[in-house]
Design a protein around this ligand. Structure first.
Ligand code: E4P
Length: 214
């Protein structure tokens, strides 16, 4: 399973990179706004340090404008994946971009058939937003599981990218069901490596080391 960081903050991206676990980055307009930096600077700085896929989102709502915007986003790097919302215009844009060999990530997926439509249009990735479903008392991981089941039935090659991750259990579940990618905020990445028995065990080793005769 690939790990992307869900962030437009270059210091967070570098921190995840230093851990040796980073395969790519997802951003969205809200994350770019949170960074406080102009979009052009954000996109340039991420693309200058990340070799893997960098997901940058269009803000147009009409398919012709999305396609034009996508071409502009690809100027930041050959590794840019164009995020397109799950709308009728989004699907038309994905079809066009697929024909032009431009990779896409269909975002804001909340039901499995949306993911099937995105795959048929030629999406490279689909992003089910699991946390936002949990937030409204629906089982977000069930959405991811259903998409994976449907894709397996029809040997669909589109990658399932589990998004809107809120906690380590989402990531464990994603790995168990065979998701292709998870995109994770730095705060949750940092939770993944911790276990109270690891911390207690290390403390004991270091305390005992003080008793070793030198
Ligand atoms: C995915 O690409 C999105 O940027 C992201 O996962 C949305 O997460 P949120 O629901 O925490 O905003």
């Amino acid at each position: 399973m690939k790990f992307f960081i869900d962030s437009a903050d270059i210091s967070e991206i570098k921190e995840a990179q230093a851990l040796g676990i980073l395969d790519g980055v997802t951003t969205n307009p809200s994350l770019v706004a949170k960074s406080g930096q102009p979009f052009d600077e954000v996109a340039k700085s991420i693309c200058s340090v990340v070799q893997g896929p960098v997901n940058l989102e269009v803000i147009s709502t009409n398919w012709e404008e999305m396609v034009a915007e996508a071409r502009g986003l690809r100027k930041y790097g050959g590794n840019v994946v164009v995020k397109v919302p799950m709308t009728a215009d989004g699907l038309k844009a994905v079809k066009q971009l697929h024909e032009q060999h431009i990779p896409t990530n269909v975002t804001l997926i909340f039901q499995p058939i949306q993911a099937l439509l995105a795959a048929k249009a030629g999406a490279t990735y689909v992003s089910p937003f699991v946390g936002r479903l949990d937030d409204i008392s629906q089982d977000g991981m069930e959405l991811a599981r259903d998409i994976i089941t449907i894709y397996r039935h029809y040997d669909v090659k589109t990658n399932v990218l589990v998004a809107s991750v809120r906690n380590p259990v989402h990531i464990l579940e994603a790995a168990k069901m065979g998701a292709d990618v998870v995109t994770v905020p730095l705060k949750v990445i940092q939770q993944l490596m911790k276990h109270p028995l690891t911390e207690a065990g290390l403390k004991t080793f270091l305390d005992d080391w003080k008793k070793v005769k030198v």
